[in-house]
Design a protein around this ligand. Structure first.
Ligand code: ZN
Length: 203
């Protein structure tokens, strides 16, 4: 039986208040401009990355995220919290526990193979694992041996929220920041991973 699956493309096409454009951005992998209702995705991203970038920006939109001053510690904390919230929502929308269980039985416990089979990045799979409910966690644990993760997760996309229509033109003032965070996967021993988000905000 097929259940209805979340598609960021279908989601974006069904919204008449948001426009999605793919272009060579350079300054970021993904930009959400709340006032213009415009999502820009870097056209050089591979299909899986474009898919998750669009899902990520729609999550920012749904969560009402706005640009925040990332020039202060409190601002960076806020930006980081927004990124974590968006990533958590995306992982819940894109990764189904039924699919993780089925993929574990078919493909084994290597995280990269599982993510490939599920059509998401390893980071998205890791984000889903972090937000499992106890009953979901039990189902996955019963499906096979613990998932084995790569030593380092790939760098997160450079995400930018703000009205930056001319941001890729020379001379634009752009305040950027990198916000590293240590996030523990709800996994044992060596599976604790250091995850760094790159967040940018326009001042
Ligand atoms: Zn973001």
């Amino acid at each position: 039986m097929h259940t209805l699956r979340y598609s960021p493309t279908a989601d974006s096409l069904g919204r008449d208040t948001v426009t999605v454009t793919y272009a060579a951005l350079g300054i970021a992998d993904q930009i959400w401009m709340p006032q213009k209702g415009l999502i820009l995705i870097d056209s050089s991203l591979d299909p899986v990355a474009r898919h998750s970038s669009l899902a990520h920006m729609l999550a920012h939109l749904d969560l009402g995220h706005r640009v925040h001053d990332a020039g202060t510690a409190a601002g960076r904390e806020h930006v980081l919290r927004q990124e974590v919230a968006a990533d958590t929502l995306v992982a819940g929308r894109l990764v189904y526990v039924d699919d993780i269980v089925a993929a574990l039985l078919v493909h084994g416990s290597d995280a990269s193979t599982l993510a490939y089979a599920l059509g998401v990045s390893v980071s998205t799979l890791a984000n889903r694992m972090r937000s499992l409910a106890p009953a979901e966690w039990d189902r996955i644990r019963l499906a096979g041996p613990p998932i084995t993760w790569p030593a380092e997760l790939p760098a997160a996309p450079r995400c930018l929220i703000g009205e930056v229509s001319a941001a890729w033109a020379p001379g634009v003032r752009l305040r950027t920041t990198r916000v590293p965070a240590v996030v523990d996967l709800p996994l044992s021993g060596p599976l604790r991973q250091r995850v760094a988000w790159t967040c940018q905000a326009v001042g």
